[in-house]
Design a protein around this ligand. Sequence first.
Ligand code: MEV
Length: 428
Amino acid sequence: MSKTISGFSKLTKQEKINWLVNNYLNKNVEAEKTLKKYWNSDEKLQQLHDDFIENTISNFYLPYAIAPNFIINGKVYTIPMAVEESSVVAAASLVAKFWSDRGGFQAEVISTAKIGHVHFMYNGCKDELQVYFSNRKSELLEATESITKNMRKRGGGILDIKLVDKTTELKNYYQLEVTFETKDSMGANFINSCLEAIAKALQREDIEIVMSILSNYVPQCLVRAEVSCPISDFAKEEPHYYAEKFYNAVQIANAEPYRAVTHNKGIMNGIDAVVIATGNDFRAVEAGAHAYAARSGKYRSLTNCSVENDIFKFWIEIPLALGTVGGLTALHPLAKLSLDILQHPSAEELMMIVAVAGLAQNFAALKALTTTGIQQGHMKMHLQNILHQLGANTNERDLLLNYFKDRHVTYNVVAETLEQLKVTKTLK
Ligand code: MEV
């Protein structure tokens, strides 16, 4: 019988594992071994990871890879990616090379503002509230001075604060909408601390503060990345036909939400991988990106395409709240290393790199989908995983990787072929 427990967080790591193994894992000693296999032998490093969250009992690895040959605004990057999906890095590398032969990626940051709210209820006279707000505005800002001091030195801080009447959407609901510039930090803690200080200063008997929190919807923290080439350079064979087909694939993702979700998922394959590798918050980025994709009232593609005047053009516009200082970027040794690999980018430069990773991934997916189909490449990459799963040894793995170079890969076919190899020692 599974059990509940109180005071769990106070147990030692070993006690937590004992409790888990005894109550949920049939006292299986192998389970404990698996957990411990992933502990780091460097105790300081392990302690660092233990302290990121509560109740840590092990580490969960993701492969950490690099995709070289990205040219962005004329500068060459090797992009670090943390991702488990087999085809993502291979696709990024291929696309980087493809576009590096065609002038690379162009990117620009359109805006960098972030927004947070003090959400509150007020049942009195609207005009009186407006007067109260106007009179207190400078005091509300003053209440954040000690928090914003360093940020102001770096050129950031609070850009604006306004009272918003939301009572048509919800009875008695108002907001203070505060706009921030957080420079190279993602700024979540900074924004939330400012908002809580502002809420405190706003307080009055007839104002009920419900909550103070940043928004992960950041349409004013926007970046654009683009590739383009003469249509004749788009493909070796029938470039006009395939460029048109590619264009149609993007239009379908704009017209059909079922397709748009998968299309954007492919974009996030690239985006999340870099966001994670650089110690940024991929849940925030995901939530914000999908909200942006639905900004017209319908969920659409985050990328766009044109095939005009003999030029193929493909671009992405996406909101990205990222940091290159503070948070995990300062704590996680691999996040730090990722930023070293990227040559210490500013947050704006990282926005461009991440947008490019998303655009590249979408390009790879659409190119495959509109030509050979996606499975060929996917299953080839997946073959490694299948062979691992089937317990193939190194020799068998090499033979089978070679054997399936020009054959169709499915789990069953690989299993049967491996079996045949084990029995007959040959491959037909
Ligand atoms: C798979 O992770 C991503 C794709 O499905 C994206 C797409 O269909 O565009 C290949």
